[in-house]
Write a protein that binds this ligand. Structure first.
Ligand code: DOR
Length: 306
């Protein structure tokens, strides 16, 4: 059998396949379908300091090639997460990779501080790339300096044992410069990519489908964009661990991300059609690696560059 073990920063995980932030909430809905302890980790919906109700509906729309969302960071807030969701995951022995979001550098630092030493919290994904904010100026990941300020503050406040991954946006002209900046600021790894800013207009109402706003595009439509980002960043920064995501539906999709340089992957939008997708992609990736003669996942990471 292929050795599928990998790590997020220095934290070992038994599988390279994780949920993607925002697509499986805090794991409860997947629990009837898959063994949450067998997947790499549950990457939680981004949490903020206070509970938020998010944008008014409609806030999700399917397109033939992907899904558009403008959820607006709905969530229980850090108190609810610490009181209910994280204990629920820890009781089951599931690993949580907690996505954190905020509007100020200090928000991120406080969240990291509150998550220090919490049982079951493997590490943090720093969401500096949500496209559904009031202005582009609020997307930290669009500016290398703003992105590094957040990451440096989180790395300083976080538990040293918890790896810190920065989640990057594809809506930049040079993702490598953002990746380099956040790595120099202390990121232990990079999550790529958040959704790509998109828009669908309803020909009947003649207005944008998501309550008049743009949205984040996910699913198969963005897979080549995500793969290109992983490829470019691994080429420039081969030592930096990458958690790859963007339209992964099956083992061969996941394989492409691994060959491009990802040492782990997240499966997001695909779970809406198949709640077993995360576990299934693990099995399919293992079979695909075996069929190509790999004895371990690690041997395949970045293979396409060699
Ligand atoms: O597409 C996204 N939607 N990305 C995020 O980071 C947040 C989310 C939302 O809540 O709107």
């Amino acid at each position: 059998a292929v050795d599928m073990t990998t790590a997020l920063g220095a934290a070992p995980i038994p599988s390279p396949v994780l949920t993607a932030s925002g697509c499986s909430a805090f794991g409860q809905e997947l629990d009837p379908f898959i063994d949450l302890t067998a997947i790499g980790a549950v990457v939680t919906k981004s949490v903020q300091l206070r509970a938020r109700s998010g944008r008014p509906t409609p806030r999700m729309a399917e397109t033939p090639s992907g899904m558009l969302n403008s959820i607006g960071l709905q969530g229980p807030g850090i108190d609810g997460l610490l009181a209910d969701d994280l204990p629920w995951l820890a009781e089951r022995g599931a690993r949580a990779f907690v996505s954190i979001a905020g509007t100020r550098v200090e928000d991120f630092a406080e969240l990291a501080q509150r998550l220090r030493g919490v049982p079951g919290v493997l590490g943090l994904e720093v969401n500096i790339s949500c496209p559904n904010v009031e202005s582009r100026g609020e997307v930290f990941a669009c500016d290398p300096v703003a992105a590094s300020d957040v990451v440096a503050a989180v790395r300083a406040a976080a538990d040293p044992a918890q790896p810190v991954y920065a989640k990057l946006s594809p809506d930049v002209t040079d993702i490598v410069s953002v990746a380099r900046a956040v790595t120099e600021a202390g990121a232990d790894g990079l999550s790529m990519i958040n959704t790509l800013l998109g828009l669908v207009i309803d020909p009947d109402t003649m207005k944008p489908v998501l309550g008049g706003v743009t949205g984040g595009l996910s699913g198969p439509a963005i897979r080549p964009v995500a793969l290109r980002c992983v490829w470019q960043v691994h080429q420039a920064l081969p030592e930096v661990p990458i958690l790859g995501m963007g339209g992964i539906r099956d083992g061969l999709d996941a394989l492409q991300f691994v060959l491009a340089g990802a040492s782990a992957v997240s499966v997001g939008t695909a779970v809406f059609n198949d709640p077993t997708a995360v576990a299934r992609v693990h099995e399919e990736l293992a079979a695909a690696l075996a069929a190509r003669g790999f004895g371990s996942l690690r041997e395949a990471v970045g293979y396409a560059h060699r």
